[in-house]
Ligand binder design. Structure first.
Ligand SMILES: C[S@@+](CC[C@H](N)C(=O)[O-])C[C@H]1O[C@@H](n2cnc3c(N)ncnc32)[C@H](O)[C@@H]1O
Length: 229
């Protein structure tokens, strides 16, 4: 199997890129309050599928309409706002290392969901050792590990940032918590290889249309749910 820890770096792996990106989205929103920004993987219906997954699995493990949730690399907070609209009303936190993202999501919250006192957005780097937001019933990632992998950052102990990521996720989970992640950069097998450990087991996966090219079959995107044992 390909070594998934060695990926090409790209500007999508830099904080500067995301700061500029959310500054632009904030300006667009100021001009047109209906423009709440990009929804990653919308072509694949990934966001709808993740929400549908949580609705279908309500009552399993710690998934309920009152589940506390955290969205890692929340961007414009779209996933959390949609979950809120679908009736998930537990404490929901969106975290992003771009302060512009947190400010933008907070502006959307204030203008479109002023009644949603259960939603919070904060600017933090999830790899910071000072970042300890507590534990959650559901941890979400849509496209964030993909962006993180493109940074090419290597930790003090020589481990790649992709290898450090599961430890960040594990500290946010308690027994029977769920981690639901969607990626376009890693295959389903690679995601499982990166994330799964003795304490974090694969639970279910989400089906996407499969393409076939040159005799090779695959999906362009994958979502995997893990459960903390
Ligand atoms: C591809 S975007 C996905 C945004 C959002 N999840 C969505 O689906 O629209 C990746 C996000 O991860 C954030 N990010 C990257 N590295 C991060 C880190 N170390 N800590 C927190 N957020 C990070 C970026 O600022 C960006 O908002």
């Amino acid at each position: 199997m390909e070594d998934t820890k060695k990926l090409n770096t790209s500007k999508l792996g830099t904080k500067e890129y995301w700061d500029d990106f959310y500054e632009l989205e904030t300006n667009n929103f100021k001009e047109n309050p209906e423009d709440t920004g990009e929804c990653w993987f919308a072509d694949n219906d990934a966001e709808d599928k993740m929400i549908e997954f949580l609705i279908d699995n309500t009552g399993e493990y710690r998934v309920s309409s009152d589940s506390s949730m955290i969205d890692l690399g929340t961007g414009n907070g779209h996933l959390l706002f949609q979950l809120y609209e679908e009736g998930f009303h537990g404490r929901m936190v969106g975290v992003d290392y771009s302060a512009k993202s947190a400010e933008f999501a907070a502006q959307i919250l204030q203008s479109k969901y002023p009644e949603a006192t259960n939603l919070f957005f904060e600017a933090s780097d999830i790899f910071s050792t000072n970042w300890n937001p507590g534990q959650f019933d559901v941890v979400l990632d849509k496209g964030t590990l993909d962006a993180i992998a493109l940074s090419g950052i290597v930790g003090e102990n020589g481990q790649s940032i992709v290898q450090l990521y599961p430890k960040v996720v594990e500290k946010l989970l308690t027994k029977d918590s769920i981690f639901l992640i969607t990626s376009c950069n890693f295959t389903q097998d690679e995601l499982i290889q990166i994330i799964e450990s003795e304490h974090l087991r694969v639970w279910k996966t989400i089906e996407y249309p499969v393409f076939e090219f040159g005799g090779v079959k695959g999906a362009s995107i994958c979502s995997v749910a893990f459960v903390k044992k």
